[in-house]
Design a protein around this ligand. Sequence first.
Ligand code: ADP
Ligand code: MG
Length: 788
Amino acid sequence: MARLPIDERLEEIVRTVRAGRDVVIAAPPGSGKTTRVPAALLDAVEGGVVVLEPRRVAARMAARRVAEERGGRVGDEVGYSVRFESAVGARSRLVFQTEGTFLRRLLDDPAVEGTSVVVFDEFHERSLDAELLLGMLREVKETLRDDLRLVLMSATFDAAGIAAGLGAERVEAEGRPYPVEIEYAPRRKDERLEDAVARAVAREVERAGSAAARGVLVFLPGVGEIERARRTLEPLLAGRGVDVLPLHGELPAAAQDAAVRGGGRPRVVLATNVAETSLTLDGVACVVDSGEARVLRRRPGELVDALRVEPISRASADQRAGRAGRQGPGRCVRLFAESAYRGLPAALEPEVLRVDLTAAVLTLRAWGVRDPASFPWLTPPPPGALESAGELLGRLGAVDADGAVTAVGRRLAALPVHPRLARMLDEARRVGAGEDAAVVAALAAARRVRRRVDPTVARSDLLVLLDLFHRARAARFDRGTVERLGLDARAVRGVDREARQLARLLGRGPGGGATDEALLRCVAAGFPDRVARRREPGSARALTAAGFEVELDPASAVRDEELFVAIDAVAVGRGRPARVRRASGVDPEWLEELFPAAVASVDETVWNDARGRAEGRRRRTFGALVLDERPLPLLDPERAAALLADAATHPRRLAGLREQRLAGLLARLDCLRRARPELEVPTFDDDDLREVVRAACAGLSSLDALERAPLEEHLRARLGPDVGSRLDRLVPKTWTVPSGRKVPIVYREGQPPVVAARLQEWFGTAESPRVADGRVALVLDLLAPNGR
Ligand code: ADP
Ligand code: MG
């Protein structure tokens, strides 16, 4: 075995651990941390050693390398366990695991039975799961396992603070790197990345000549870019005896080994940032850096965090360049300008600041943490992130009102997917919706599966996608077929892979043959906060249960469903509703079954303006949404009267009542007030009238009934008996003419009262008729015998 820098420190590390201390190790990539430290610990402790890796590919490769160095095979003494894949045998004592896998195990087995040391590899990455695990394991040490040892390994030297915080011993192994000459060869505007890469690599191969077996390591953001670069590069290097080898997590093991080791011939390795610190390639004398990486970021409104291509940090660029100076002086060609380098952020922020925290909060709740804010975070999460995660978990039914995890929540925490997807799968398992549900869940989580959208109408965009997917799968994802269907070839294969893995999680249920109904129900289970109801039939605008507005994109096939879930709801601009490209129809009954605690049934008395009356009704709500309502017999007479009074005293109606029902009486009062100011007859403003109408509404529930109610009597009741009797005596409603007939007196506010009678009826009247103790003369409206 080759000597590595870390070898000189192994004895010290082992001694420290045996003495009962934790250790923080900082040493540059390639020092031997991953391959040498765990093996040395294994020989020094009784129980097992678990090594946590942020990446699957690192876990697999480390297990293979260490097993090989110890002369064994993976699955015997040394094993690995990553999401959806495990090679751990009964005799395995050293297990490389991804952090997420270990996290779920810890929930089941908080005492980490049989494990003596947990090693955090690549701790400088500050992954969310590693930060969670560190806090959780420190608690385990304090309560259940004071013999458990933690070892943190980092490729950067900012470990001092962490070591101090843990009370751990610090071990550093300085690398003695060779100088690396940096050249800036910025990508030209409009130059494709693969062309820039090919240009730089061809030049480097040229420089190196055939003399040395110099390796060139190219950093690219992802698999797509690697494939395009390979296709561009291979013809350029044909016949020059140079191997072009991709290196990323999706490759088979043999291909990964080939890239890491090389075959003795000069090689160009096209790698993602797994080669930045996780995997070390020997014989690299030149690095070509695209300056880009795929970074996991929370995308509000989308189902799962998305990997997005971004410029790397300065720390990352330095690490990448450093890969060229490990075994001799090297070169690094950066495909960006020096000014761009200086403008880069110093370092990528810890994952906890970038990603959705729903799964993390669920883990903490399942761990028994009531208040995630009080968890000893190394990096405190952004404000609001814990609250919104807790809120979604509450809606999903994973935690109860007190924040304690529920039975559903425990099942969701055990599934290695976002709690939304977990809820969908949990529901699928419950109803035996089987494989199709796994495909639908994978489709819901995937982005840009369709390149072209043909207009159609369906209950759910996911059903449309499912149909297309089945057709593509039936054709074995044949390129032509996939294109004809308007699908994205790589996305669709990704969905296929993901769906198979999800189906395995579901176990062998009755499987297959799920009805559309059952599938859509499973979908609804994952989106309780995004249930939306159209503003009106046919409208693209809808209101969600969480109370915000969304708008269906014309690309969505969901046209008729009144109630649907927004699979995605992406903000398009300030003050504009979020845009929903994919939706899925919902039946209110499912909500009642899936989220019984969130459906409220309220019996209430309400005003029906169209019918002009108060009515009883039963209304079912889901968050801010009304699911349905049906009429009931009148429930609450007092409330009904109050509602009627509100409607009747609305300014327009009040004016109507004044004109049509009370004008005469009010004018008589006015007349009396003017004639006998000393009586202090009260005036009636709108507020007084409102009181009168309110009093008249007592015991009533409709405008019709109010129409028949004695409004004048209510007004008079407010006058009191004195004013009432004076009014009748002094400002009578009628005048008796000599013939004995009672002729109505017409009072109008601000005008003298008028009495109309035929001329001959006034014969015998000596003086002009007066009212109000003779103070107000009536105007006689004399009619001809024909009454005109
Ligand atoms: P560190 O974890 O400190 O970055 P590693 O333990 O991964 O370092 O690697 C130490 C050395 O072992 C490096 O020189 C690397 O090239 C070599 N090495 C590690 N894994 C493999 C492998 N699978 N095949 C060949 N060489 C390997
Ligand atoms: Mg390592």
